[in-house]
Design a protein around this ligand. Sequence first.
Ligand code: ADP
Ligand code: MG
Length: 623
Amino acid sequence: MALLQISEPGQAPDPHQRRIAVGIDLGTTHSLLAAVRHGVAECLPDAQGRLLLPSAVRYLEGGRRQIGAEALAAQAEDPENTIVSVKRFMGRKLADVAGTEKLPYRFVDGAGMLAIETREGAKTPVEVSAEILAALRQRAEDSFDTDEIFGAVITVPAYFDDAQRQATKDAAQLAGLNVLRLISEPTAAAVAYGLDHGSEGLYAVYDLGGGTFDISLLRLTQGVFEVVATGGDAALGGDDIDHAVADWALAQAGVAATSAHDKRAALVAARSAKETLSSADSTLWQARLAGGPVEVPLTRSQLETLARPLIDRTLAAVRKVLRDAKLTRNEVQGVVMVGGSTRMPAVRAAVQELFGAEWPGQVLTNVNPDEVVAIGAAIQANALAGNAKDGELLLLDVIALSLGLETMGGLVERVIERNTTLPVAKAQEFTTFKDGQTAMAIHVLQGERDLVSECRSLARFELRGIPPMVAGAARIRVTFQVDADGLLQVSARELTSGVEAAVTVKPSYGLGDEQIAQMLKDSFVHAEGDMAARKLREAQVEAERMVLATQAALAADGALLSEAERAELQALISACQTAAQGADAEAVEAAVKALAEGTEAFAAARMNQGIRQALAGRRLEEV
Ligand code: ADP
Ligand code: MG
C-alpha cells in the first residue's frame, strides 16, 4: 500500500510546494513589491534593478502603455495622457473631484464612477491602478521565474472607506492578482518592525510621503493591531518642500520660471538637492532653464529653515490626533517612521523633539522608510499563504466607524461598534411596528452619532413578503458581515417565514480621513445632546406604538367598554399624541404611562373574553 504524506496544518509541506505570496504597497507616488525569500522579507527589483515603481501610467496610440519611470519622464510633454497620483481618485465619483481644476485631466462620468479621458478613451482609476499592479505582478513572476503567484496582500491607507477598498480589490482582480487581504499601511509598517511580537501597547506611525502626511495610532493587544485614530494632511509632503526650495533658489538666482518647463525643471532640481542633503551638508541646486543653466549653492541648514514650517504642520497634526484620542505622548511606546521624506534628518529630529528627552519610547527608523510598508505586507502575505512558522499570528484590521441600522424615530441602532476587529459577523433581531406590516425598509448607516441625519447613509434595501402578523410578532434577523478586507454585507431574514433579502455595500462616494476624524469628533462633542435626542425619539416612538395598539384594540373590542370608559381612553390617546408632538421626553413618557395604566382594565376584559371564547364549546378535560 502506498503511504500518503501528511503535513502539519499550517506548515508548508516541503520547500518546493511553498506558495509564492507577495506584498504590494500601492502608493500615491511610488509602488513597491516585496516577498519573503529564504525566510527574509525583501523588496524585489525590476530588470534594471529599480525597487520603486513610480505610480504613473501613460496611454499611447494603439493601446500601448508606458508604466513607471518611462511614463513619468513623459509627463511634461504629454500631461493629459499620463496619469499620476491616481490613488487620490480611487472609489471617487465625478462630484468628488470638484475643485481640482489645476490638474491637466479631463474627468468624465464612467458608469457612476469617475474616469479620466485619454487618447485611448476614458480610463477609471481602477483600470489605471490595475496597470501598475499588473506591472508588479509581472515583476514577481520574473523574480520567481513562475507564472503561479498564489496571492497578494495590498496595503491601503487606514482611512480608506468601503468604496476605496473595493476599488483597490477590483484593480487587483483586473490585474490578475488574487487578493489575500487588504491591510492598512500603518499596520503593515508596524509588522515590518516586528512590533506584533513585541510588547503590547500604543504605537504611532508617522508617514510623510511625497504629497500626503498620515499619522496613525495603533494599539497592539494579543497580537492584533487596532487603528485607534488617524489624522494628517492629504495635501502636505515632500513635494511642498520641493516647492519651497525651488522658489527660494529662483529668487536667489534672480530668475523667474514662468513656463511649465522651467517650473518643472526648478522642482526636479529642488527635489534632487533636497534628497542629497539628507546625507551631505551642502550641495548645488542645478536647473537647466530655457534661458540657460542656473546654479545655486544650498546647505542643509538652509534647507531645514525652508522646510521648518512644513515639518511644524506635521507636528501639529500629531499633537491633534493624540489630543482627539485623549492620549498623552508618554503613552506612545514607539513611533514608526514611514515615507521617503522621513529620511530627512530634520524630520527625525523634530519627531524626537516633540516627544521630548524624557520620553521612554523610541523613534524607529532602521527599516528603509520607502520599503517598510511593502515589507510588512510581504510578511502578512507569507503568513496568509500558510508559509509562516508556528506561532506567527495573523494580524487583523478594525473598522474605523460603527455600522448600524435605522430604527423607528430616525434613530441609529449600532450593530457593529467601531474598532471591532475584522472579519466580523453580528446579528440583531428586529420586529415590525404595525399590525399586518409586510415589508420592512432596511437602512444601513455608518457613524458614531445616534441620529440618522448625523450619520452617513451606506445603503437601503427592503425586506418584502413578511406574512401579516400583529405588531411585534415578526422576528427579523439582520446580519452584518464585514470581511477581512473591510467590505460589508447586510442580510435580513424573517425567521418564521424564511423570507430573505441582502445587499453588499459599495458606498457611492468616499470619505476622506478628515471627514472620518470630523465624524468621530462630532460624536464626542454631541454625545450628550444625542443622548437627550435619543431619549425623546424613543419616547415618541413608544407613544406612537401605544396609540396604535390602543386604537386597534378599541376598533376590535370597543363594545366591552362603556361610553364613558371609551371617552376616557380617547382622552388619554389624545394626551399621548399631544405630548409626542412636543420636545419634552419626560412629558411623553408620563403620557405613555398614563395611557398604559388607563388601558389595564380594558386589556384584562379583552383577555377574559379571549379565554371565554377559547373555552366555549370545549369540555374541561380538553383544556
Ligand atoms: P508616497 O507614499 O506618497 O508615494 P514616498 O514615501 O515614496 O511617497 O515618498 C516620496 C517623497 O520622499 C518625495 O517627496 C521624495 O523627494 C522624498 N524623498 C525620497 N528620498 C529622500 C531623501 N533621501 N531625503 C529626503 N526626501 C526624500
Ligand atoms: Mg506611502
